[in-house]
Design a protein around this ligand. Structure first.
Ligand SMILES: C[S@@+](CC[C@H](N)C(=O)[O-])C[C@H]1O[C@@H](n2cnc3c(N)ncnc32)[C@H](O)[C@@H]1O
Ligand code: SF4
Length: 451
């Protein structure tokens, strides 16, 4: 049987499975978790430890049709200014709860488009952040940059504030594809943004590109990847385009029949992957590539790669606090998500309380299963010794769980005394294999195509 027919038989081209940026996944969060839990979990952060902080800016000047992110369009600055005041007030609420001596391991501004903040707002927000939680030694401050929505003054403000990693949204350089996804962005504009970032001493550049876009062909994605490689990014996220018009209404602008078929999506991914690997990038997890010197590649080699809401990370801080509308926080005790709408979030913060609307407190086997899924997504293997010592689970119980995966996936997984591993040929199935260890009802959660 060819590799493709084996993948077909196992359902790769029909399945919809979570991307497992958390376990349980966000559709399983419920309203039993609220602002009190969020406050308590902040209070349990050890004094003098390190945390990570995510700030969400839910605004964009343009609304790209393909985008599934939670964001709203605005042409005026007023709502953005008002929102930054809310973020600052939320930071002050955090300050009141945060144990002494806590410093930052990672700070990330995402969205939406954080680069639509005017320079004075960027400076003001950064000052407030560092007043509440100072940067720790070697901390990373990253910002999502829309090359169409940035200029010298804003780049200066970000660089002065200490941004040391920038993440550039590319998607695809082909003008026809850009037209069909409602996102014009010439190669020249993207290159200028990258050059200006480097000129300001930003040492680490990430880029996001997509496979599975309308009208995308192997030749077109190869051309886009070559162009991207000419910019020399340190890290690349190669995400599969998720077409979910029932969730992201704008995507109705993209006709389903313009999308490549699932079998072709896999070929598009492989075409791009082969080019990155040939150019010296290490493959990281299921959809990232990094230069061998990049922190993500080093972490992957040393078994320190982790998965979080932004994809892959080398951050080991036990608490990631998300501020702003819809942001999700992760603590050793569970997940907490802020009110999704800007208005509900704003109302809560103006009333002096956190807006936590739902979440999940870890119970039972949650943490064990979360680690099994994370290990698969990061390392393509589950280490029995680690699980036995961290969770006190017996070898017999583990073997029983592994047997479920072996029964479903045959030689696409290998099981031995060391644990379970996914060999090279089984890697496209990784999210489906991870699903075997997910104890929650998946009819709620499987929104992305498995490939
Ligand atoms: C929240 S967006 C912010 C990027 C920034 N606003 C920009 O436009 O450059 C972050 C990334 O999410 C990814 N993304 C958005 N919609 C997606 C979809 N439907 N499927 C897969 N990835 C998507 C894109 O690669 C995008 O760069
Ligand atoms: S891709 Fe970026 S600019 Fe476009 S709608 Fe999404 S968040 Fe906004």
């Amino acid at each position: 049987m060819t590799a493709e027919s084996q993948l077909t038989r196992l359902g790769l081209f029909d399945a919809r499975v979570p991307r497992y940026t958390s376990y349980p996944t966000a559709p399983h969060f419920n309203s039993c978790t609220g602002p009190e839990d969020f406050r308590n979990w902040i209070g349990l952060i050890p004094e003098g430890s390190r945390i990570s902080l995510y700030l969400h800016v839910p605004f964009c000047r343009r609304l790209c049709w393909f985008c599934a992110c939670r964001t709203q369009g605005t042409t005026s600055d007023e709502p953005v200014r008002a929102y930054v005041e809310v973020l600052k007030a939320e930071l002050r609420l955090l300050q009141a709860e945060l144990p002494a001596g806590v410093t930052l391991s990672r700070l990330h501004w995402g969205g939406g488009t954080p680069t639509l903040l005017a320079p004075d707002l960027m400076r003001d927000l950064a000052r407030t952040v560092f007043d509440v939680v100072p940067m720790g030694e070697g901390a990373e401050f990253s910002v999502e940059i829309d090359p169409n929505e940035i200029d010298d003054a804003r780049l200066d403000a970000l660089a002065e504030a200490g941004m040391n990693r920038a993440s550039i949204g590319v998607q695809d350089f082909d003008p026809d594809i850009q037209k069909s996804i409602g996102r014009d962005q010439s190669f020249e504009v993207t290159k200028l943004a990258a050059d200006k970032l480097r000129a300001r001493g930003i040492r680490s550049l990430n880029a996001d590109i997509l496979f599975g876009l309308p009208h995308q062909t192997r030749a077109r994605i190869a051309d886009s990847v070559q162009k991207l490689l000419s910019l020399g990014p340190d890290r690349v996220a190669l995400y599969g385009y998720a077409h979910v018009p029932w969730m992201a209404r704008r995507q109705v602008m993209i006709p389903s029949d313009s999308l490549p078929r699932p079998e072709e999506r896999l070929k598009l991914f492989e075409t791009a992957r082969d080019l990155f690997v040939a150019d010296g990038y290490d493959e990281i997890g299921i959809d990232h590539f990094a230069l061998p010197t990049d922190g993500l590649a080093v972490a992957a080699r040393e078994g320190r790669l982790r998965r979080n809401f932004q994809g892959y990370t080398d951050d080991l801080a036990p608490a990631l606090i998300g501020l702003g509308a819809s942001s999700i926080s992760r603590f050793p005790q569970g997940y907490a998500q802020n009110a999704p709408s800007t208005s509900a979030h704003t109302k809560a913060i103006r009333e002096g309380r956190f807006s936590t609307a739902k979440g999940h407190g870890f119970a039972g086997q949650d943490k064990l299963r979360a680690r099994m899924i994370e290990a698969l997504m990061c390392d393509f293997r589950i280490d029995s010794t680690e699980l036995r010592s961290s969770f006190g689970i017996s070898d017999a119980e583990l073997q029983e769980m592994y047997a479920l995966a072996a029964r479903e996936f045959g030689d696409m997984v290998t099981v031995d005394a060391a644990g379970l591993a996914v060999p090279e040929k089984g890697r496209p199935l990784t999210r489906m294999i991870a699903r075997v260890f997910d104890a929650y009802d998946l009819s709620k959660a499987g929104h992305s195509p498995a490939v």
